[in-house]
Design a binder for this molecule. Structure first.
Ligand SMILES: Nc1ncnc2c1ncn2[C@@H]1O[C@H](COP(=O)(O)OP(=O)(O)OP(=O)(O)O)[C@@H](O)[C@H]1O
Ligand SMILES: [Mg+2]
Length: 391
């Protein structure tokens, strides 16, 4: 019988009688996958990636185009064979280069929702949802049981009355629900999503996100969700894995990743930043705009970053740890905040003040104040990505 309606709340309700409840939902260990390009060069699409995903989590794989998100997701799904490493799904080794284990996609106990939803256009919503049941390996259920499960799945995602419609007769949001019903009809405990919201416009996308989260909480499945949209990642994720050229740069909660980015790459990818070059000095780093105070020491030369919303503007030199002088060259009202573009020599900084601010105007001489905890410093990289020597 379907368990669609028995819904644990988000965040792993562990049942002592459930033998595999203590197992991580998905465990990825030292995974590698290279592709060979037609010119003979190789691309490290996944480069030593490891992730431990707990039951009931909503994990987002985030990174720019080409960083390996789809390849990692398809490797978990069993649609791509990694070169080495291992993948465990709810305690079961589905891939292990050491032992040679490599289960087919239909035997991994997970479902995937694709970017375009991949609904069959010639099948109704109900036929699309029934498809995985009909093509299931092993014991096939009777028609009546299958029909009942399809009806329950459609009902559960809120489109019980649309089973007879064809995909082209459904809105983007309704198609997403069909795709989700199809992913849930097998009672999959792990659902993989490859940018499922990228085909709909911004407003619809926002409401679909909220619905998706609500359904994930209701059904209690573990989600592994790919996107290159950082706002989407922040909103959906219990934890975000930031990928760069096949490597996991940081794996943490949205808060951690925003407030304590592990690398310059992560700091710049999540949120907005102002950047200054710094040289180690007494109490911090000397920048072209003056001393930026910080207790952190990352070597002789550093990239000093701070976020537009973390700086304070004032007319008088502030009491803040660091004070940088400049001139307002533009004022832009953005709705939720006002952006002041402040210039000093060659350096331009964006400073955000919440709401509509008329405190400063173009041409005003101002001070930019920074508190120590809001300053991020990273070793300055040369063009090869190596820290520069102390010169
Ligand atoms: N079948 C393939 N043959 C050769 N190279 C491939 C193949 N599939 C992916 N790649 C390469 O592997 C890298 C990672 O690709 P992948 O599709 O995983 O990126 P992605 O992060 O999903 O990007 P996007 O956001 O654009 O979807 C890219 O450099 C890509 O060109
Ligand atoms: Mg992709």
């Amino acid at each position: 019988m379907t368990q669609l309606t028995s819904a644990p709340s988000r965040g792993a309700q562990r049942n002592a009688h459930d033998a595999d409840a203590a197992e991580p939902a998905v465990q990825i260990r030292q995974l590698n996958k290279h592709f060979r390009r037609r010119d003979g060069s190789t691309v490290p699409a996944i480069d030593g990636a490891s992730l431990d995903i707990q039951d009931g989590e909503f994990i987002v794989l985030l990174g720019p185009s080409g960083c390996g998100k789809t390849t990692l997701l398809r490797s978990v799904a069993g649609l791509e064979t990694p070169d080495s490493g291992s993948i465990t799904v709810r305690g079961k080794a589905v891939f292990d280069s050491g032992t040679g284990a490599n289960l087919g996609a239909d035997r991994r106990g997970l479902s995937m929702v694709f970017q375009s939803y991949a609904l069959w256009p010639h099948m109704t919503a109900a036929q699309n949802v029934r498809y995985p049941l009909e093509n299931q390996k092993g014991a096939r259920q009777g028609r009546a049981v299958m029909n009942q499960r399809v009806a329950e799945a459609l009902e559960a995602v809120g489109i019980g009355d649309l089973g007879g419609q064809y995909p082209n007769q459904l809105s983007g949001g309704q198609q997403q629900r069909v795709a989700l019903a199809r992913a849930l009809v097998n009672n999959s405990k792990v659902v993989l999503f490859d940018e499922p919201l990228s085909n709909v416009d911004a407003k619809v996308r926002e409401s679909l996100r909220i619905e998706l989260l609500a359904m994930q909480r209701r059904f209690g499945f573990t989600a592994l969700f790919v996107t290159h949209d950082q706002a989407e990642a922040m909103e959906l994720a219990t934890r975000i894995a930031v990928l760069d050229r096949g490597k996991v740069q940081q794996f943490g909660t949205p808060d951690e990743i925003y407030a304590r980015p592990a690398t310059e790459y992560v700091a710049k990818f999540i949120g907005n930043t102002n950047e200054l070059s710094g040289r180690r000095a007494d109490g911090g780093y000397e920048t072209p705009l003056g001393l930026v105070r910080t207790p952190q020491d990352v070597g002789e030369r550093a990239t000093v970053l701070f976020r537009p919303e973390h700086a304070q503007l004032s007319r008088e030199r502030p009491e803040a740890a660091s004070a940088l002088a400049g001139q307002v060259v533009a004022v832009l009202f953005m709705g939720t905040h006002t952006e002041f573009l402040v210039r000093s020599g060659e350096t331009r900084m964006r400073i955000w003040v919440s709401g509509r601010s008329t405190d400063f105007a173009e041409g005003d001489e101002v001070w930019v104040g920074l508190q120590e905890p809001d300053v991020m410093v990273f070793p300055r990289q040369d063009h090869d990505g190596q820290p520069e020597g102390d010169d």
